[in-house]
Design a protein around this ligand. Structure first.
Ligand SMILES: [Fe+2]
Length: 198
């Protein structure tokens, strides 16, 4: 099963990045899909207790969507900018609600020790979960892998294996494209897969 992969695709043009960052500054049009209780939930991590990092999720405009369709893949669902709340260390382990795969272009890491970690619950044998599943206690989890996602390139992530983004207290900003499947026109390389799981 694929966990993540580099994708050969052009970097977003300057106009798209500046329009996206403008939307972070003006908070518009914001899409709060998860609700305040979930977004602000407490997390119990070996290094301490933290409130979840609470991403702002903002759709980009039609021109940006057209650029992504023409330059990344015809099968994209949408394109958004994600901005985590500065001062919050962790995005708690979760599966995504609106997509099976995320194509991410990281622009600001959130901190020099930033990590993206995949987990499975110790109590379960499978590692893919339904949408919108979350865990608040890290002690219930076994880490499958943890890595530093590179900046300024496209990375495909499996969004239905439990994942957490950690040590991002400076605030993390990324462009993200939703995908329901891995499109045939996407050029993957350096793919990291995990064996022994369905
Ligand atoms: Fe996610």
């Amino acid at each position: 099963m694929m966990l993540l992969s580099r994708v050969d695709a052009p970097s977003p043009p300057d106009w798209l990045v500046s329009r996206a960052l403008e939307r972070v500054d003006t908070n518009h049009p914001i899409m709060n899909t998860w609700g305040e209780d979930y977004a602000n939930r407490m997390l119990y991590h070996p290094s301490g207790e933290y409130q979840s990092s609470n991403n702002k999720v903002i759709f980009l405009d039609e021109d940006s969507y057209t650029w992504a369709r023409e330059n990344i893949s015809k099968e994209i669902v949408d394109i958004r900018i994600f901005a985590s709340t500065p001062g919050r260390f962790l995005t708690g382990p979760h599966t995504d609600m609106t997509r099976w795969y995320t194509l991410q272009y990281l622009m600001k890491t959130g901190g020099k020790h930033h990590r993206t970690a995949y987990y499975k619950e110790k109590a379960h044998s499978d590692i893919e979960y339904p949408s919108r599943y979350s865990v608040t206690e890290y002690s219930k989890l076994e880490q499958l892998c943890s890595m530093e996602i590179p900046t300024d390139c496209w990375v495909l992530l499996n969004a239905h294996v439990l994942h957490s983004v950690e040590f991002i207290e400076e605030g993390r900003i990324s462009l993200q494209i939703n995908l329901n499947d891995i499109p045939a026109d996407l050029k993957l390389r350096n793919t990291i897969s995990i064996s022994n799981y369905k």
